[in-house]
Design a protein. Structure first.
Length: 72
């Protein structure tokens, strides 16, 4: 089909006929950081997380759970 082989996840585009490829290493180079890290999916027990009060206070202006009527 004429496709290039898959090597890594990347953004492919064409600007004025010039092919452009942007991947994780390109972004890391531009921002001056290493291209490494880790990802953790979800929280173990998000209903008892110590961050719940901080998030509610920051987003909703209160530490009460589920009170969304006084958004500031």
């Amino acid at each position: 089909m004429g496709l290039e082989p898959f090597v890594d996840t990347e953004i492919r585009s064409s600007i004025m006929g010039v092919p452009i490829f942007i991947n994780q290493e390109t972004i890391a180079y531009v921002i001056g950081r290493t291209s490494e890290g880790s990802f953790k999916d979800g929280l173990d027990n998000n209903k008892k997380s110590p961050w719940n009060e901080v998030v509610n206070e920051t987003m909703f202006g209160t530490t009460k759970k589920g009170s969304y009527n006084n958004l500031s």
